[in-house]
Design a protein around this ligand. Structure first.
Ligand SMILES: Nc1ncnc2c1ncn2[C@@H]1O[C@H](COP(=O)(O)OP(=O)(O)OP(=O)(O)O)[C@@H](O)[C@H]1O
Ligand SMILES: [Mg+2]
Length: 378
């Protein structure tokens, strides 16, 4: 049976006869998202269909896994905001181990939009600035409300058909930013690899990458700063000229000459290292050494990240100046009135990509630097 038909049946089984599926919008490991006509209100909505295996060991009486409960609870509790996709309704079908998240429908994901002719042919830095500001406003709203998104990627950011109005979606990995228990650690296996902050990569490598190492916990302390790194990666992706390859991410482990698996955590960290400025490279080496020491992975006497990460950090290359020059060259022919927006973007860009999470700009300060008058919107 085709996916649309299956989805129609699943909706009917759950007692929803008033939704007519139109087409599939996207899919992931445990969910599919469809554009649907809501016959009762004569409007289109998007429905995320989540299906799960019952897990009676942990969780609750109904066996609904915690990842499902978390996504629903977080999305449901986010106070309404113009740059967060609203959850309109939740339909639970416990008998068949599925649930439906009914949301407002957006035009497309930012990932798709960045490939359209509209973006490739006619976009200007003023519009990228607008898009960034809206993204930052959404992120600020989440952070002010104690939520780390943990999966900010162009696929999880929605835009209207012309690239206008940004709305953040997919709260499948989101969590509370400041746990009551300050000792709480969270898994370091979050955020799609290409948008993952260096502190998570370093921790995962030192932790043995979850490769069965007895001492490995795969858990670390981190907070809202990991989302800001992802925003920096997304901004880089919008500013750099698109190459004619399928991979457009600003940091892409595949671009490095690292011989191991190009999709590995190590290749991604190597790519970040070779791309950043010399100053940031030093910071990355220092942070790695400190993290290694704190995790008991190297004796203090050998406190040299280069000992531990020799192959990762041996490169003399820093591509940062080249990247910045390429970005400026790309946008240089714009009308003079576009220049101030490029300058603002180029001021915020390196601040989002600071290796030290404490030095990384937060959403509120980034907005101030973009010239946005702050309104507290908790
Ligand atoms: N409200 C919406 N309007 C339009 N398109 C949407 C909407 N929600 C999701 N999509 C599309 O569906 C895709 C998948 O949605 P989402 O990211 O929520 O699920 P997922 O990635 O499958 O979830 P998970 O990461 O939990 O497996 C998005 O990348 C986007 O293209
Ligand atoms: Mg997603």
């Amino acid at each position: 049976m085709k996916s649309l038909e299956k989805f129609s049946c699943a909706l009917r089984d759950a007692g929803c006869h008033y939704y007519t599926p139109i087409r599939k919008l996207g899919s992931g490991s445990f969910a599919k998202v469809y554009l649907v006509h809501d016959d009762t209100r004569s409007r289109q909505v998007a429905i995320k269909h989540l299906f799960y295996k019952v897990n009676n060991d942990d969780d609750n009486d109904e066996g609904v896994p915690s990842w499902v409960i978390r996504e629903i609870a977080i999305h449901k509790n986010i106070k309404s905001h113009p740059h967060i996709i609203p959850l309109l309704r939740l339909i639970l079908d416990l008998e068949r181990h599925q649930c439906f998240l009914v949301m407002e429908a957006a035009g497309m994901s930012l990932e798709t939009f960045l490939q359209t002719d509209t973006f490739l042919m006619s976009w200007q830095t003023q519009r990228i600035q607008q898009l960034l500001v809206e993204l930052l406003l959404g992120v600020q709203h989440l952070h002010c409300n104690n939520i780390v998104h943990r999966d900010l990627t162009p696929a999880n950011i929605l835009v209207d058909n012309d690239g206008g109005r940004v709305r953040i979606a997919d709260f499948g990995l989101s969590r509370s930013a400041f746990p009551v228990d300050t000792d709480s650690k969270y898994t370091n296996k979050v955020v799609a690899l290409l948008y993952r902050a260096p502190e998570l990569l370093i921790h995962k490598i030192l932790d043995g990458g979850g490769s069965g190492d007895e001492a490995s916990s795969n858990k670390s302390h981190y907070s809202t700063e990991i989302d800001m790194w992802s925003v920096g990666c997304i901004l880089g992706e919008m500013l750099l000229p698109i190459q004619q390859t399928e991979d457009t991410a600003f940091f892409n482990g595949k671009d490095t000459a690292y011989v191991e698996n190009p999709l590995s955590t190590k290749a991604q960290l190597k790519c970040i290292y070779t791309t950043l400025s010399v100053q940031e490279q030093q910071c990355l080496r220092r942070r790695t050494a400190t993290t290694a020491m704190l995790m008991g992975r190297v004796a203090p006497i050998h406190l040299k990240a280069t000992d531990y990460f020799t192959r990762l950090f041996e490169s003399e290359v820093s591509l940062w100046r080249d990247k910045i020059a390429t970005i400026r060259r790309k946008w240089i022919n714009q009308a003079p009135r576009q220049q101030p927006s490029l300058d603002k973007l180029m001021e915020v860009f390196p601040l989002l990509l600071r290796c030290d999470p404490r030095a990384r700009v937060n959403a509120r300060d980034a907005l101030t630097r973009m010239g946005e008058n702050q309104q507290v919107n908790e």
